[in-house]
Design a binder for this molecule. Structure first.
Ligand code: OGA
Ligand code: NI
Length: 340
């Protein structure tokens, strides 16, 4: 529990165990907010035409692996409430948070810090509250009881975001030329939805630390809600800062979708930098396959002259190697690639 960032108040300098080796520090140079990251307007000129919308989503997912979505239909009030209850949770007295703190990754709903505190060489400047949220009735009872609104708000929010994720996956399915319902109708591929509330407290020296190291999400698709800068995406070897747009979602493609698309869509490598003065809170929803699900490039995308880039494996095995590869700073998809 004492490991949590949100109970370590008034830190005047960065503790040694949070200082990154020089080659992975964000450093002093400021990364300006990027204006070229695609912003897709679901109700704009292109958004009203499904073919154009699909095209924009596929282009953004091929080029950046990440895009922003505006006018997506999820109510503004629900977005604000989701951020509000997440912030309130991290503002609770320490004894309330202690109930949910756990080092055990198998615990359904847990509050933890960093990724694996005991194994990692350097710690990261973040606490995270994470729990499954689909189907709601199975998981809700394990969610925080405080703040009082948490279960209601996160229940509605996660259901809306799941709907939106499946809608995006339908469009991706169409854009890739897969059989209709490839993601939506699969009993396994989109079975899991995890929700995380992330909290990045102010940091005395953001040049030395990161809230989250460079990583790609391992699931299918992630929808993130933010209201403050801090998220950066790697594009052509350069870090770009993702601008917080009012009521927008940041959507990013995960490793699993990269594999299913046989490398056409790219999972975005991203990281989170800290802020000297302000705390940052985000809410993330991850749509993921069940553990026993077999992951492989979609048959429709593998043809005589387009061989599969990746071999088949179970999602569970991938999760295990993802963790060990990440610790050793190895790209997690390499071991699943066919050597040409
Ligand atoms: C994540 C993530 C980004 C953020 O949880 O995988 O990348 O800004 N979060 O919180
Ligand atoms: Ni991520």
């Amino acid at each position: 529990m004492e490991k949590l960032m949100s109970i370590r108040r008034d830190l005047e300098s960065v503790p040694d165990s949070y200082i990154l080796p020089p080659d992975s520090r964000p450093g002093e140079t400021e990364v300006p907010l990027c204006k070229t990251i695609p912003v897709i307007d679901c109700k704009g000129e292109f958004g009203r035409d499904p073919t154009k919308l699909i095209q924009q989503i596929i282009e953004a997912s091929t080029e950046f692996g990440l895009f922003q979505l505006i006018n997506h239909g999820v109510e503004e009030k629900l977005l604000q409430d989701a951020l509000k209850v997440a912030k309130e949770f991290f503002g609770l007295p320490d004894e309330d948070k202690a109930i949910l703190f756990s080092d055990d990754p198998k615990k359904s709903c847990r509050l933890y810090t960093s990724i694996d505190y005991m194994k990692e060489e350097v710690h990261y400047w973040r606490d995270s509250l994470r729990h499954p949220c689909h189907p709601l009735e199975e998981h809700r009872q394990f969610w925080p009881e405080k703040p009082a609104q948490y279960r209601d708000v996160m229940g509605s929010y996660s259901a809306e975001v799941r709907k939106l994720s499946l809608y995006l996956l339908d469009m991706i399915c169409d854009g890739l030329g897969l059989e209709p319902g490839y993601f939506r109708n699969s009993t396994q591929l989109t079975e899991v939805q995890l929700m995380a509330a992330n909290h990045y407290p102010p940091c005395p020296d953001p040049s030395l630390t990161l809230g989250l190291p460079k990583h790609g999400d391992f699931n299918l698709i992630t929808i993130l809600l933010q209201e403050m800068d801090g998220l950066q995406v790697l594009k052509d070897g350069q870090w770009l800062a993702v601008e917080p747009l009012p009521n927008a979602f940041v959507v990013n493609i995960g490793h699993t979708l990269q594999i299913i698309s046989n490398g056409k869509l790219k999972s975005a490598e991203h990281r989170v930098v800290t802020n000297r003065k302000l705390a940052r809170t985000t809410v993330t929803s991850f749509i993921a396959p069940s553990n026993s699900c077999q992951i492989e490039p979609a048959k429709e995308l593998v043809k005589k002259f387009i061989p599969p880039l990746y071999r088949a494996f179970t999602y569970k095995d991938f999760l295990a190697t993802y963790v060990t590869d990440t610790y050793q700073r190895k790209p997690p998809l390499e071991r699943y690639k066919f050597q040409i």
